[in-house]
Ligand binder design. Structure first.
Ligand SMILES: Nc1ncnc2c1ncn2[C@@H]1O[C@H](COP(=O)(O)OP(=O)(O)OP(=O)(O)O)[C@@H](O)[C@H]1O
Length: 339
């Protein structure tokens, strides 16, 4: 069995807003096996970025981790003193924030920015750092001659490659990439994802890929964690979750996105409505107000994250009926009725 690198257990993250608080992540549990790409997927606002940032403990000033464990290599980093956590960042866990433009400083050359990580954090000397910069650029397919360029001199796709090089600088075990291909055209998306996959398997690292786009997960991930309104809806091997989803939200997401591989994917059916306001989440299953299959229990009782199969978890009161619901979910009318 594959060894687990990261194990998130019942993670809770809240934002303080005025006198109240928003439970943006409300009991998330999932695993990241060594040497795998795990897609963290869900609509905007469902808590993906909050989870990703909590894993590096670079969270907003008004955010706090209010519960749970983040076991990285067996150590609970949710409880680690900031000094030790800081030593772990870049070296063990690297984070690529949502826009590569944000992660790169426009006023410095990319070599300067790579050097900041390599020399300041990695302790490399000038010569070693230069050699590593060249190696990193080669790894991400950019000529070393462009190391002295500024971020604006690169195209969007190339900036994303630079951000990947930066993340890989100190040989981390885990790279967390937040929406790494959003805003790029489909051809460039594929190139970046292919490269991420090649580097992941060459270096044997693990990657958490945060995305709202389930076709990105289908294209490149080994496993999928589907989030909805701060909770895990479904998690497991990519094929099991996307080919035979057990949660109606995953069934709906699958209908709502085109296929990145370019195959004919038929009619796209959006999930009507929007995720709930997390300041006032509905009782019971948070997806119930939009779910075409919701029954009374769904509106009153929160479903537990149970087993759909030994390695496949799902949080749905009707998970036992998944095969039947999948057939109904494949029909566009199912998603137009009831909501
Ligand atoms: N600094 C903040 N203060 C208050 N609420 C916040 C803050 N940051 C995020 N939130 C709220 O937390 C919830 C989760 O947001 P988060 O950004 O993690 O979701 P997401 O799935 O990553 O969405 P997106 O892809 O749009 O970033 C949302 O309801 C959002 O409004």
């Amino acid at each position: 069995m594959t060894e687990t690198l990261l194990s998130v257990r019942d993670l809770k993250v809240s934002y303080q807003v005025g006198k109240g608080s928003i439970d943006a992540v409300d009991g998330a549990s999932f695993d990241v096996p060594r040497g795998s790409i795990v897609g963290l997927v869900g609509e905007s606002g469902c808590g993906k970025t909050t989870v990703a940032r909590a894993l590096t403990r670079v969270i907003a000033d008004n955010a706090s981790i209010t519960g749970g464990q983040i076991l990285f290599d067996g150590q609970d980093i949710a409880a680690l003193p900031e000094r030790e956590m800081n030593a772990l960042r870049w070296r063990d866990i690297a984070f690529i924030p949502q826009s590569a433009m944000n992660s790169l400083d426009p006023v410095y050359t990319v070599e300067y920015q790579l050097n900041e990580v390599l020399r300041r954090r990695g302790g490399l000397g000038r010569r070693q750092a230069r050699a590593r910069c060249e190696e990193l650029f080669e790894m991400v397919g950019i000529e070393a001659g462009r190391l002295g360029d500024y971020p604006h001199q690169f195209s969007g796709g190339m900036r994303q490659r630079v951000a990947i090089a930066l993340a890989l600088a100190l040989n981390p075990k885990l790279v967390i990439a937040d929406e790494p291909v959003t805003a790029l055209d489909v051809i460039v998306q594929r190139q970046i994802l292919d490269q991420l996959r090649d580097l992941q398997s060459m270096l044997g690292i693990s990657v958490i890929l945060v995305t709202h786009d389930i076709s990105v997960v289908a294209y490149v991930c080994d496993r999928t964690v589907v989030m909805y309104a701060g909770r895990i809806a479904e998690a497991g091997p990519m094929d099991a979750v996307l080919m035979e989803p057990s949660h109606p939200y995953t069934m709906g997401l699958r209908n709502a996105f085109p296929d990145l591989k370019g195959a004919a994917s038929g009619v796209l059916t959006p999930i009507e409505g929007a995720p709930p306001n997390l300041a006032f989440p509905p009782p019971g299953c948070r997806f119930a107000p939009r779910c075409p299959f919701a029954v009374e229990t769904c509106t009153t009782q929160q479903p537990a994250l149970g087993m759909a199969a030994p390695d496949h978890r799902v949080s749905c009161h009707r998970a036992d009926e998944a095969a039947k619901l999948r057939q109904e979910a494949a029909r566009t009318e199912t998603w137009l009725a009831d909501v």
